[in-house]
Design a protein around this ligand. Sequence first.
Ligand code: ADP
Length: 502
Amino acid sequence: MNAAAQNIAPSSEARSFLDRDHRLLIDGKWVPAASGEVTEIFDPATEQKLATAAAGGKEDIDRAVAAARKALRGEWSKLTSYDRTRLILKLADELEANIGLASEIETLDNGMPRMVAHYSIASFGCDFLRYYAGWATKISGETIPVSPQGVRNGESLTYTRREPIGVVGAIIPWNAPLIMATLKLGPALAAGCTVVLKPAELTPLAALFLGDLVKRVGFPDGVINIVTGYGETAGAALAAHPDVDKIAFTGSTEVGKKIIAASIGNLKRVTLELGGKSPMVVFPDADLDKVIPGVTRGAFFLNGQNCMAGTRLFVHGDIFDTVVERVAQMASQFRIGHGLSPDSDLGPLISGEQRERVMGYVEAGRKSGAELVCGGDVLPGRGFFMKPTLFSKTTMDMSIAREEIFGPVLCVQAFSDSDLQAVANEANRSIYGLSGSVWTRDISVAHRMAAMIDAGQVSINCHAAVDPAIPFGGNRQSGWGREFGREGLDAYLKTKATTVIY
Ligand code: ADP
């Protein structure tokens, strides 16, 4: 493993971005927060201050929502769907042309290895935008051949129009800041909505970087507004705002419930992409050379700070010891260090508070009688680094197996039952239902098990196979609605039925 704290200096290009007076993007202009307040942003790998950003509050949200409302009725509404496609494609091209700087900023702000930032921005930044750019010209309604109110056949016509839902408040988390912003912008813009984006207080830089690109591309003023600030102030004001038509939220289940409560005032639409505790189920005939890297990465990708993380590994008793040993070996070999070092496989956790929370779970796991196979420690020195941790012989009554930790902690549990439903029942013993994976060469076991897992998406012989075109979202307390694909677009549209009687 690498030494945890490495003093890697940002490039001069990144430095000059970081040193700017970061403001809010409202109605096409960079403006300070009405209160004049700011937040300090830190590099989680060095704990050093990176930048200062405006801390927007209710007044700023009011201004941004007013700008978004005005833009919804203005020039933006007169553009053709081809114009929207062109603008979204231009944004994707700008992002791609600047991917080096974008990934460096993402790494400095969030801590993730730069290669991961680069790859995720290419696929879930640029290609995601391109996917939705294509949808703008394919939004259409239906004609419905009925004869309402007793008119004779052929004497009436009913058709539906799919209209933009209106002003969208997008509230996003810190675990993949840039792509979270594009995941919300892509379908909202394709549908013709306008947006107020509220990035996480810990990681506002990627959204601000995107704000520069938005201005350069030439979206009409007010179509995309960015208000950085805290959740309890800016986020809460956006969620409760009476002139916001929809909130698209990604974050914790706890905050998701607050969003629902705040949305009641004007019954705004809400889509929620929340937490998970996703199972990975390995049958004895599975190809272990694929299983080991697949489940290890499934658990520790982004240090487990990702809602799809496979944090509960169910392994058939016949191969249990081998799988535990090999996963622990691979996890222990991950190189941990600053995300800008090309030698780092894993970066730091997002904050000291988050690492303490995760270590609290590790302590609870030790006390509960689970067997600590590897990890369980922080790395000494600066930066919020921690070793990937594997607990074996866990049971579903332990908090480490039940609760979302959002850190690099994997729980492994054996199964021996030949009754597939019993295995699925154990995998489904969670308040969450976001993701899951099945590992076997037996296609009937694979598909039967995939059908029994109660989750928004299940992968077979891989984990968390996501793509802009594949619907993504959770069951139970993992969320409401789906993002990505056609369903992801539908969430930003409303239907109007029009009937004419001749
Ligand atoms: P995470 O732990 O992944 O950051 P959170 O749910 O805490 O998830 O935060 C996700 C987003 O929700 C962030 O942008 C945060 O500022 C925002 N947020 C936090 N609390 C609230 C709230 N009460 N109302 C609206 N947004 C909030």
